[in-house]
Design a protein around this ligand. Structure first.
Ligand code: DC
Length: 226
């Protein structure tokens, strides 16, 4: 039965390393992977393409229900995201898509419309779900819940490094300010705020390597993967 497939949720702020870590954990276990942020980004891109006003609550909810957003489930490769017959894998990573995703994600009706789509990913042999509310709202029954954090300074440094590798100039203190503002907004918003589930285990990745964090999660996951 689909709902008996085990679920590991990995929630946390952006820059905590959860995307990379979730993918590596899913790959190591041979499980399915849900990048819920990509789903919100897909809705953002669909709205921009259809010329829908992001603050039009009804139109956005309808779009979130109807948009044909699909993931190509390649466990050993970068998953591709499709909107109808268009590959939107790169479009969803732009700053504009991120902003549109963030505005969409703040609407309760959009979140409600995406709930079942996210739950449909719970398939055997198991699922690793990456997001902000995976352990609190989408998969409250998950067998293992991880909340991944890192200091705002470290997340700003990681973002700075990522941008300079792409040839983008960014100012570290400005990135830090943006991250602190976003943290405050995410933690205090009324709908699905970014908070650890009561039964989540927290990892602070500030001074840990990706390999260290993956090893810890896999140790915790060992009883589920037998
Ligand atoms: O993790 P990300 O940057 O790809 O997420 C894109 C946006 O979607 C971001 O504003 C947070 C939001 N989001 C959310 O509210 N809930 C999730 N489960 C995943 C992402």
């Amino acid at each position: 039965m689909a709902d008996s497939a085990p679920v590991i949720t990995i929630d946390g702020p952006s820059g905590s390393g959860k995307g990379t870590i979730s993918r590596l954990v899913a790959r190591a276990l041979g499980w399915h992977f849900l990048d819920s942020g990509a789903l919100y980004r897909g809705v953002g891109v669909a709205a921009l393409r259809a010329g829908i006003d992001l603050s039009d609550v009804e139109a956005m909810a309808r779009l979130a229900l109807d948009a044909d957003i699909r993931f190509e489930d390649r466990i050993d490769g970068e998953p591709h995201v499709w909107l109808g017959s268009d590959d939107i894998s790169s479009d969803i990573r732009t700053e504009e898509a991120g902003q549109a995703a963030s505005k969409s994600a703040a609407q309760p009706a959009v979140r409600a419309a995406l709930l079942q789509k996210q739950r449909d990913f719970q398939l055997a042999p198991g699922l690793v779900a990456d997001g902000r509310d995976m352990g609190t709202i989408v998969f409250p029954q998950a067998e293992l819940k991880v909340f991944l954090t890192a200091s705002a300074e470290e997340r700003a440094r990681r973002r700075h490094k990522q941008l300079s590798e792409k040839g983008v100039t960014a100012i570290l203190p400005a990135l830090l300010r943006e991250i602190e503002e976003r943290d405050l907004r995410d933690r205090t918003r009324s709908v699905a705020p970014l908070v650890p589930a009561a039964d989540a285990r927290t990892i602070d990745s500030t001074s840990q390597s990706i390999e260290d964090v993956v090893r810890t999660v896999l140790d915790w996951a060992a009883p589920l993967a037998r």
